[in-house]
Design a protein around this ligand. Structure first.
Ligand code: PLP
Length: 353
């Protein structure tokens, strides 16, 4: 048998969110934090036009998209690095720091891709437990050792939806030595409504060791095309660009991302509708008697413990796919009104069963 790296003996592969279909044919996918609406016609047109050129390799530097992002965020183009989804940008980041013995600190539970990427890169995962479903930034700063090379802060946190605020983040960043890279993973930034939750770009501007990770997969509705980006100072962005597999960001994805930035107002109006539904769903769950952390993202979290698998099964029977995490809890994405109502009905019935 071929010899593989030992880490593959113990590593669990990524578990994607599933779709389910109820016996009566109903199917609501609330398991992957996707945007519920179909793509905008202007974005579909841009993809169709770009499709006529796919005999050629994509622009390796994604010049047009990088320029559009630089303009949008008022940063130099040299500070932008792309990847095929922000998960892939994160993989590039792990590759830039992943020497044997290197430690990467992140909260747990947080984004399931972090341990996978750490294992793939051969670095040591240092997982710092959440407190009250939120990053314990003080404990994370305390976890820094001479071997620490990178810290990931998922804000808002997937899967709990909680967010860390400006003051505590600033105190945390003040404690991190400049040799340690801090990545603020802001996949859900557009859904944040708490004015005290900072835009990570404020911290990046005067801190060379801080970079922000964003994606077109969630608020911008391009999960199927895979494009994400990092904004960081020149040494960070340049190294992450070097770590990219050639042509990873395909031509259709580049065109769709540029068209989505042009249609940002329309897309952000959709985000506001999701935020309104988030408020409604959480209020209804609280009224049903559940404990629900306040969410700044497009999902809610229920810490169900041992009841998690039964809860996910009950939702599935009603055609609602949620994301269960072992015997810990379930994350439920905010969908359109009909999907959310189907979920709320299933949750109510589960409580009274
Ligand atoms: C969904 C998500 C991403 C984005 O993944 P893509 O690869 O861009 O689709 C990144 N970070 C977190 C925490 C996420 O939940």
């Amino acid at each position: 048998m071929p010899q593989f790296r030992a880490v593959f003996d113990t590593m669990a592969g990524y578990q994607p969110g599933r779709a389910v279909i109820a016996p009566d044919g109903r199917s609501y996918k609330l398991s992957s934090n996707e945007a519920p609406d179909a793509p905008l016609p202007s974005v579909v047109r841009a993809i169709a036009e770009a499709a006529t050129q796919i005999n050629r390799y994509p622009d390796p530097g994604a010049t047009e998209l990088v320029a559009a992002l630089a303009e949008r965020y008022v940063v130099p183009a040299e500070h932008v690095a792309l990847g095929a989804g922000s998960v892939t940008v994160a993989q590039q980041l792990f590759a830039t720091v992943g020497e044997p013995g290197a430690e990467v600190v992140y909260a747990w539970r947080s984004f399931e891709a972090y341990p996978l990427l750490a294992d793939l890169a051969g670095v040591v995962s240092v997982q710092v437990p959440l407190v009250e479903e939120t990053h314990d930034l003080e404990a994370m700063a305390n976890a820094i050792t001479p071997a620490t090379r990178m810290i990931l802060v998922c804000n808002p946190n997937n899967p709990t939806g909680t967010a860390n605020r400006s003051g505590e983040l600033k105190r945390f960043l003040d404690r991190v030595p400049e040799r340690v890279l801090v990545i603020l993973d802001e996949a859900y930034r557009e859904y944040v409504r708490d004015a005290d939750v900072p835009d990570g770009l404020e911290f990046y501007r005067d801190r060379p060791n801080v970079a922000v990770l964003r994606t077109f997969s969630k608020a911008y509705g391009l999960a199927g095309l895979r494009v994400g980006y990092l904004i960081g100072h020149e040494p960070v962005a340049a190294t992450v660009r070097k770590a990219m597999v050639p042509f990873a960001v395909n031509h259709l994805a580049q065109a769709a991302a540029v068209a989505s930035l042009r249609a940002e107002d329309e897309l952000l109006a959709r985000v506001s509708a999701v935020v309104a539904e988030r408020t409604r769903v959480r209020a209804e769950l609280l009224a049903q008697g559940w404990t629900v952390p306040s969410s700044e993202a497009n999902f809610v979290w229920l810490r169900l413990g041992e009841r998690t698998p039964a809860f996910a099964a009950a939702c599935a029977a009603a055609g609602v796919a949620v994301r269960p995490y072992g015997a810990e809890g379930a994350r439920i994405s905010i969908g359109d009104r009909e999907a959310n109502d189907a979920f709320l009905t299933a949750a109510r019935e589960f409580r009274s069963s």
